[in-house]
Design a protein around this ligand. Structure first.
Ligand SMILES: O=C(O)CCC(=O)C(=O)O
Ligand SMILES: [Fe+2]
Length: 200
């Protein structure tokens, strides 16, 4: 499906939420340049989380940027947002233009290989605007991304291509979990940007 210049993308969820996959929204060459710049210029740090009362340091690296030094608490740890870089602002504007949504912050993830992933969760932290859209851009290795309905356990998956955009909105976080499954097949890094709205 060629969605390169298209503003429309259909909902991949059957009910109880809205997830639109736009496919790649830029040329492969541009996606590669962004991948390299983000790898270099982002203040990547290992993520800390408190899970079952134990401090866990993840192999995955994260970073947190925004309009203001927002603090964001998840898995009982708090981060303070750094000011936007030039590339992040360009990408934020691109995602806003494609989706008609606005965002004031971005959580970034760096998965060094398929050994690293993210477990089932919903992005329903109290700092986030309720039912606010989340725009997700992917660079580097292609990975599978999955949704599971909290009640029916129904699964929906999508392959996230280089330079692709996925948007989650409406009641998605209330009714569905999502994850990035680990995979033995992927040996190279992936960078993911999730643009969000912090409630102020
Ligand atoms: O890496 C991804 O595609 C998703 C990351 C994610 O779900 C999150 O940061 O909340
Ligand atoms: Fe998430």
């Amino acid at each position: 499906m060629d969605l390169f210049n298209s503003e429309i993308a259909s909902n991949i969820l059957p009910f109880d939420g809205e997830v639109n996959y736009y496919g790649s929204i830029m040329s492969l060459a541009k996606a590669q340049v962004y991948y390299e710049k983000l790898l270099q210029n982002i203040h990547w740090e290992n993520d800390k989380a408190i899970i079952f009362g134990k401090l866990i340091i993840t192999k995955r690296k994260v970073a947190w940027y925004g309009d203001q030094p927002f603090s964001y608490t998840y898995s009982k740890t708090t981060k303070s947002a750094l000011p936007w870089t030039r590339e992040l602002l360009e990408l934020k504007e691109l995602v806003e233009q494609k989706t008609g949504e606005t965002f004031n912050s971005c959580l970034l993830n760096l998965y060094h290989s398929g050994d690293e992933g993210m477990a089932w969760h919903s992005d329903d932290e109290k700092d986030l605007k309720k039912n606010g859209a989340i725009g997700s851009l992917s660079f580097g290795a292609e990975r599978k991304f999955s949704f599971k309905h909290k009640a029916t356990k129904q699964n929906v998956s999508v392959q996230l291509e280089k330079g692709s955009l996925l948007i989650m909105k409406g009641a998605t976080q209330t009714h569905w979990l999502h994850r990035l499954p680990p995979t033995k097949r992927v040996k190279t890094p992936r960078i993911n940007l999730t643009f969000r709205t912090i409630d102020i």
